[in-house]
Ligand binder design. Structure first.
Ligand code: PMP
Length: 550
């Protein structure tokens, strides 16, 4: 990306287009020479007919594809002659436009802009991160460059973002296929709907009934006129689920994280976060007035070092981790983290987004898994993953939760979660508790997939949950494999840099309780096929048909 930015800066500085045009004299109608480059201020004309500096000439030329010629009253500014051809610089005259109608000038400017932005960008050379830091006087420059890159990526079939879904989020989905212009069925391997609850009949019933009774919106912010009995009922249930004393519900998980962290971490405090945490945690830290530092992923020694070096500089300290990490599905070493936290008098916050419904007794998350009830200071969770709806929450002590209700800006400055979503979450918790077979089926699927992927010879991440990543380690290869897998009817996601470090690019599968054996086998078959096509699987690796059956 450096190249692109550099090029942009250069181009903007000189505003020169490498445009080769025939330039004529208006007085004689004769060819003066050929432009080498051109800007709104002037141009360099390659010619052997060197005019003296100071000579005034009226020049005429046509921009490519334009019928109306541009006329420019000009001054010869400098000359270059008798140059050695090997140097690659032809002789000619440097021209400055000294009189040009505004309309002509605008034409040139427009052409300059257009040609800059329609220059092809080879998306193979860039990642999404490259388009963040482009600074230019025109605020929209970054948008135009990114437009070109996405266009190129789409043309190459690498753009699997924002595919249109035409059916509910189940094990199989109908997806709009841009290539054929028709819907097609795909196996959904990219959904957070771990227990399949988005279409659970009990939840749909509860949601419908609540809409009938309460309508579709809360109508206000929670501190004003937007708190309903369903909210407080849900908060009590979520507190119980996570073994905390109280909870507060936010409209999304993202808002729960940013609101909680920015409310607690003030000027003299520090958040110390695992370097693999979700963007919402990082954004919460950035929004806060305090400091934040990262420690190496699940490296408690490094966490200790960061705490040690922060010890005398800050007052309050908050360690933030994910119970189950969204990238690889691995679990945080919570018992050690809690011990270290106690040693340094730090509080611990666990984002259990990918653990609730998946890990622990009755799907109560990592705190239950480690039997650490009451030992974690703050538990964050979403209603949008295994609970199948939408919303987020923070569970903690009654005092901390109360504080957040008044100081978490994404809570009280935003409208409340609509009551029907509170009802859907309440129903989801009930379904989760009463139908343990969903969680059991999910684990059966996880075991089957992990064993078979390993048997096939894929390098998989350290998954301890419904998220399994396959390490590919090269961005272009990742894009190609992802494209092929989508063509094979497997809807999964690719994680390029900066979602993961360079060289660690991954494909990611997310399993659901509602995947049937045929879905898993078809996915393995496609992965094997594509893995072999791209040489990711060697000759010695197993074949899925002979794979272990869980
Ligand atoms: N935390 C983590 C770890 C997440 O992965 C996500 C989103 N997937 C969120 C928070 C945000 O949750 P939500 O989608 O409910 O806003």
């Amino acid at each position: 990306m450096e190249n692109l930015i550099q090029e942009l800066r250069e181009r903007r500085k000189t505003k020169r287009l490498p445009l080769k045009l025939d330039i004529f004299s208006r007085d004689t109608g004769k060819l003066v020479g050929r432009s080498l480059n051109i800007s709104t201020d002037g141009m360099f004309i390659e010619t052997d007919n060197i005019l003296k500096p100071g000579t005034k000439v009226l020049l005429v030329f046509n921009l490519p594809g334009q019928i109306i010629p541009i006329k420019a009253y000009s001054d010869v500014r400098w000359i270059r002659k008798n140059v050695i051809p090997e140097e690659g610089w032809p002789s000619g005259i440097g021209i400055q436009f000294i009189g040009m109608y505004e309309a002509y000038k605008r034409k040139l400017e427009e052409y300059q802009e257009k040609s800059f932005f329609t220059e092809e960008i080879n998306s193979d050379n860039y990642t999404l991160a490259d388009f963040i830091e482009i600074s230019d006087k025109d605020l929209f420059t970054k948008t135009k460059l990114f437009w070109e890159a996405i266009k190129d990526m789409t043309q190459k079939g690498f753009n699997t973002y924002r595919r249109l879904l035409l059916s509910a989020c189940k094990n199989r989905v109908l997806v709009w296929d841009e290539k054929t212009g028709k819907p097609r069925e795909m196996i959904m391997m990219d959904s957070n709907n771990y227990l399949g609850l988005t279409v659970d009949p009990k939840m749909i019933k509860a949601t419908k009934e609540t809409i009938e009774k309460y309508g579709v919106g809360a109508g206000s912010a929670p501190l004003l006129a937007g708190t309903y009995n369903l909210h407080t009922e849900l908060e009590a249930k979520l507190a119980k689920l996570t073994s905390c004393d109280d909870a507060v519900v936010f409209p999304t998980g993202y808002m729960a994280n940013i609101g909680c962290i920015s409310a607690l971490i003030k000027r003299k405090d520090i958040a110390i976060v695992d370097d693999a945490v979700h963007a919402s945690i990082i954004d919460g830290c950035k929004l806060s007035e305090g400091s934040f530092r990262t420690f190496k992923h699940s490296d408690t020694q490094n966490l200790k070092q960061v705490l040690e070096s922060s010890q005398d500089k800050y007052f309050g300290k908050l360690i933030i981790v994910e119970g189950i990490y969204g990238i690889d599905g691995d679990m945080a070493p919570l018992p050690v983290i809690a011990e270290v936290a106690e040693e340094y008098r730090a509080k611990v916050m666990v984002d259990d987004t990918h653990a609730i419904g998946v890990i622990g007794e009755d799907g109560r998350g990592t705190i239950s898994h480690f039997k650490m009830e009451g030992k974690i200071d703050i538990v964050m969770g979403t209603l949008s993953h295994a609970l199948g709806g939408m919303g987020g929450f923070i569970a903690s002590s009654p005092e901390a939760v109360n504080y957040l209700r008044y100081y978490a800006r994404s809570f009280f400055f935003a409208s409340s979660l609509p009551p029907y979503l509170a009802a859907s979450a309440l129903a989801a918790i009930e379904v989760m508790e009463n139908r343990p077979e969903l969680n059991q089926n999910l684990w059966k699927n996880i075991k089957y997939m992990k064993e078979n992927l390993e048997y096939l010879g894929f390098r998989i991440g350290n998954s301890q949950s419904a998220i399994i990543s396959i390490i590919i380690g090269n961005e272009l290869l990742l894009r190609r494999m992802n494209k092929r897998l989508h063509e094979e009817g497997i809807y999964l996601s690719a994680l390029p840099y900066p979602a993961v470090p360079r060289g660690q690019e991954r494909l990611r599968l997310k399993l659901m309780a509602t995947h049937i054996q045929a879905d898993l086998n078809r996915t393995l078959e496609a992965l094997e096929k594509v893995g072999r096509e791209f040489g990711v699987l060697g000759k010695s690796s197993g074949t899925y048909t002979k794979a272990l059956v869980a």
